[in-house]
Ligand binder design. Structure first.
Ligand SMILES: *Cc1c(COP(=O)(O)O)cnc(C)c1O
Length: 227
């Protein structure tokens, strides 16, 4: 597995998508999704330049953190249970998967105890898939208004996991819808200007997501190979 080559190709594809859309590649952060992969492979990615890593399970994240250099920025991208919040506060760069006001409330409580502010994204289930977590698009604004009242939680933006599709073009309307909603929320300025992040796009569809405005893409298979 040539992780360095995969990373380089992924960056090139991001740059090409940015060019198509008239965007600056510097505005898109690539998160190397390393879930289920051994730390040796994460180190290889690190040595090839990766600094942002995404994990979907708290336990796995906690095992990997001390084995990697301290300048790694860790992203929690998977569903988070309220009873696991205490263990990860202060350890993440960004929690992408906040899908209830109750969970945000727990993050607030634990962050307050540690006297810090935790950056989060609200996960939105744009395509309304039963199998997926996240707020419905129509409930996200109310949730955002509630959560923005929490002093130890900072909502940096929105995240979505688009449906699994063979043809990435099929997800373009999903990404476009979330981008439009994101701009709408920014315009309403509910968050005092802290919303700068739109996390969307995975191995199968990240180029389309970038063309539609993603500022973070989460790529696992395309960097580390099949799981
Ligand atoms: C696993 C995962 C990814 C990466 O998926 P790939 O298809 O391997 O790129 C991205 N986002 C989330 C939330 C994931 O769980």
């Amino acid at each position: 597995m040539e992780i360095g080559t995969n990373l380089h190709r992924t960056q090139e594809r991001i740059a090409a998508a940015c060019k198509n859309a008239g965007r600056d590649p510097g505005d898109v952060t690539l998160i190397a999704v390393s879930k289920t992969k051994p730390v040796e492979l994460l180190r290889e990615a690190y040595d090839s330049g990766s600094r942002h890593f995404g994990e979907n399970r708290v336990q796995e994240l906690l095992v990997k953190i001390p084995q990697m250099p301290s300048d790694v920025k860790w992203h929690l991208i998977g569903h988070l249970q309220t009873n696991k919040v205490r263990q990860i506060i202060g350890k993440t760069c960004l929690i992408h998967s906040v899908d209830s006001v109750k969970l945000a409330g727990e993050i607030e409580k634990e962050s307050a105890k540690q006297n810090l502010v935790t950056d989060i994204l609200l996960e939105v289930n744009v395509a309304k898939e039963d199998s997926k977590f996240g707020f419905g698009l129509e409930e996200t604004e109310d949730a955002l208004r509630s959560i923005c009242g929490f002093p130890h939680v900072r909502v940096r933006g929105l995240m979505t996991v688009a449906p699994f599709v063979e043809d990435a073009e099929k997800n373009r309307p999903v990404f476009r819808k979330l981008y439009e909603f994101y701009v709408d929320m920014k315009t309403k300025n509910i968050d005092n200007g802290s919303m700068t992040t739109l996390s969307m796009g995975m191995t199968g569809d990240f180029q389309v997501a970038v063309e539609e405005g993603a500022t973070m893409v989460r790529v696992g298979t395309g960097i580390f190979g099949a799981r």
